[in-house]
Design a protein around this ligand. Structure first.
Ligand code: S3P
Length: 177
């Protein structure tokens, strides 16, 4: 495994894209890749449109292909959609490609951040909070398979960044700033 790649996983609203962008500002040799953004660019459609026009299964196939495609090379920070770590092949690919960090957040915090966001298709339900509760309950055991779990609710942003940069290989840490 090339430990220097950084993979960020977690529920929608857990801050994967935000932390990924911050990391790429600090680790200047790294590129930040968000698999949902790649899917939107390559298909020319928003994730919500892909769900609506095709299906969740169709999206999951695109997500699977995208993860396979981006998991090559080094110096990458990859953020994946909240459901991607459910697929055992994706888990295997990602756990072998780099160091996987689960950005763990309390359900109420997640709900506060994403409620009312119409770009998140899975939560366009009558009771989005209940959907979120069920998704988190179902996914938590797979998220726990990450190499590291970061409790983002009790850590400041700079502590999260330092934790991540401190747990990738030493050559990389030495190159910071
Ligand atoms: C999903 C999360 C989304 C996106 C898609 C499905 C999920 O990404 O991949 O809407 O299953 O939780 P974020 O986690 O970045 O919101």
């Amino acid at each position: 495994m090339n430990k220097n790649n950084i993979i960020l996983i977690g529920m929608p609203g857990s801050g994967k894209s935000y932390i990924g962008n911050k990391l790429s500002e600090i680790l200047s040799d790294y590129i930040f890749i968000d698999t949902d953004s790649i899917i939107e660019k390559t298909t020319g459609s928003k994730i919500s449109e892909i769900f609506a026009k095709f299906s969740e299964d169709y999206f999951r196939k695109l997500e699977y292909d995208t993860i396979k495609m981006v998991c090559t090379g080094k110096d990458k920070i990859i953020s994946i959609g909240g459901g991607a770590f459910e697929n055992p092949d994706n888990r295997n690919t990602l756990l072998n490609f780099g160091t996987v960090f689960y950005l763990k957040s309390d359900l109420d915090v997640l709900y506060y951040r994403i409620s009312g966001d119409s770009t998140r298709p899975l939560l366009q339900a009558q009771n989005p909070k209940e959907v979120l509760v069920n998704l988190l309950r179902k996914r938590e055991q797979n998220y726990q398979k990450a190499h590291y779990i970061i409790d983002t609710d009790v850590m400041a942003e700079n502590e999260i960044i330092e934790f991540i940069t401190g747990h990738i290989d030493e050559t990389t840490s030495a190159r910071r700033n």
